[in-house]
Design a protein around this ligand. Structure first.
Ligand SMILES: [Fe+2]
Length: 299
């Protein structure tokens, strides 16, 4: 069903949309057809934002990279880590900032209401989904798309983040309801509580941030079983990664979600051993990923 942006905007107060640093939007819009120019452009964009520059250098020097040599400037970071990795890193840092700024607010939610789906669990869910989606992309030989798919995974539930940040009390009630009805349709319950679901909210927020069309469409359709979209493959990958990310934290999938998972596995032509890998061992293997270690430091 096509969504009428204007109608949704009426329901969501614009002032409540979190601010995404300009650096993220600019980096996502950067073309990579001429790598020499792109590298210089990327450096310029990063340097415009001192806070991001500092974070990039800090994370570039942390984890495994520290063993090689100290990265003293942004140019070195780009050369060593690569354009796409830096892009993912910037998005990771910017997305974590949106959570970080509201940490105090989350503390107001009584612990008893927020159990599994607390703010940090949602952040971890997004990070895990991003890494699984990227891994699946590589498995399917979509190497040139892997970082874009990573960003889609990272932001797929940005609508939930906005709901949580804007309507914290109501969000706590919503989580309670979800915990009591694990088989319920999450989109329907969201509509009951908030008047709109997290897919609609995500679409509006990413549109406001001027993010690329593919990213917006993947986020908007990550609950669609048969998405009608030129980005269908990316949608299926993120949708499947989302389900694996839930399985990996021992969440029991509803019957419908388990069927969806099987459907995505078939559509993407993944094997049974792939399916088993993403449902269990992946969590162990990911601990060796540089960027994953970085992301846990951002919590
Ligand atoms: Fe979702």
């Amino acid at each position: 069903m096509p969504i009428d942006n204007q109608n949704i905007e009426k329901k969501i107060e614009i002032k409540d949309i979190p601010v995404m640093p300009q650096v993220a939007t600019k980096v996502l819009q950067l073309q990579e057809d001429n790598l020499d120019i792109s590298f210089k452009e990327l450096e310029k964009i990063i340097l415009l934002d001192p806070a991001i520059t500092a974070r990039i250098l800090k994370v570039a020097n942390s984890a495994l990279y520290a063993r090689q040599r100290e990265i003293k400037n942004v140019q070195q970071a780009i050369t060593l880590l690569g354009f796409k990795m830096i892009k993912s890193m910037i998005l990771l840092v910017c997305a974590s900032n949106i959570y970080g700024k509201n940490k105090k607010k989350y503390k107001d939610i009584p612990e008893t209401i927020i159990t599994k789906s607390s703010a940090m669990d949602l952040w971890r869910h997004l990070v895990l989904t991003a890494f699984i989606a990227r891994h699946i992309a590589v498995k399917l030989k979509l190497d040139d798309k892997k970082e874009d798919i990573f960003v889609c995974g990272l932001l797929h539930d940005i609508g939930r983040v906005v709901l949580m940040v804007n309507q914290t009390d109501l969000y706590g009630e919503f989580l309670k309801e979800m915990a009591n009805n694990p088989n319920a349709d999450v989109l329907m319950i969201e509509e009951n509580y908030f008047g709109y679901n997290h897919l609609e909210v995500g679409k509006i927020v990413l549109g406001k941030w001027n993010f690329p069309e593919e990213l917006i469409d993947v986020v908007f359709q990550h609950h669609s079983k048969n998405a009608d979209s030129p980005y269908k493959k990316s949608i299926n990958i993120v949708a499947l990664a989302n389900l694996y990310a839930r399985i990996l934290v021992n969440e029991q999938l509803s019957v419908a979600d388990a069927e969806n998972r099987d459907g995505y596995v078939r559509t993407l032509a993944l094997s049974e051993s792939d399916n088993e890998y993403y449902s269990a061992e992946f969590l162990q293997d990911i601990q060796n990923e540089d960027l994953y270690n970085i992301s846990t430091e951002l919590e």
